[in-house]
Design a protein around this ligand. Sequence first.
Ligand code: NAD
Length: 253
Amino acid sequence: MILDDFSLKGKVAVVTGANTGLGQGMCVALAQAGARVAGVARRSCAETAQLINKDGGEFFEVIADMSDTKNAPVILNTVLEKYGCVDILVNNAGIILREDAVNVTEEDWNKVINLNLNMVFLLSQAFARQYIRQGHGGKIVNVASMTSYQGGIRIPAYTSSKSAVLGLTRELANEWAKHGINVNAIAPGYMATNNTAQLRDDEKRSGEILDRIPAGRWGTPEDMAGAVVFLCSKAAEYVHGFTVAVDGGWLAR
Ligand code: NAD
């Protein structure tokens, strides 16, 4: 039956940036759909674990600093030691640094590109190699952004990284679909998390943004649930290289 195809029972899902915001929301959604969830973060994911455990779900914490790309294989191996296999990777961890383009330092540029793009590629590569070894496919979901489509302002490295994530999603899908690996992305709109705290604190900017969102509200981590479960499930088996907007209609405007 069709709803069975959305079940993630028996699957092992890895979500990066699992302690807060959209990552936390997606961990909870994947666990509710039946997956055992390994969450990667620099800090404790106690709150995420509690949200999942209270519903009888399973959560495993992997503490790793993802600004160090050497940690890509370490993350995979830590999950393999615990569960013996992996089925789903959600590349969610990301940072945004706001500054006029003329003042951005090379260090800050590299910090953003390294986490938001280099690590997405390296972790996807490590997981794809493992999926191919396991021989029964797998899912990769990247977290893109409205700046995968639009320029934004005062966030040149962030826009570059998220525009690249959209292209990388297509490229990897083309190479790996033949292995039964689905690579897709979700482009969140303006969501109420740490990432947008500065914007929401600015009354004028916040008002301008809200006026432009057809749904008339900021998104929430819970709004990511349907899209991430779908893209990680059998129901999305023939969906490859696509970026789904969860944006309250922002891009349609
Ligand atoms: P957030 O700041 O709450 O979450 C960012 C996550 O990344 C946190 O869990 C943090 O621990 C993790 N992280 C950052 N640096 C890390 C590092 N060095 N090592 C390990 N983990 C690290 O913000 P969010 O909105 O939940 O962001 C999640 C993703 O969604 C990001 O990729 C962000 O770019 C993207 N996004 C957010 C919005 C929005 O409006 N909030 C819109 C589009 C895209």
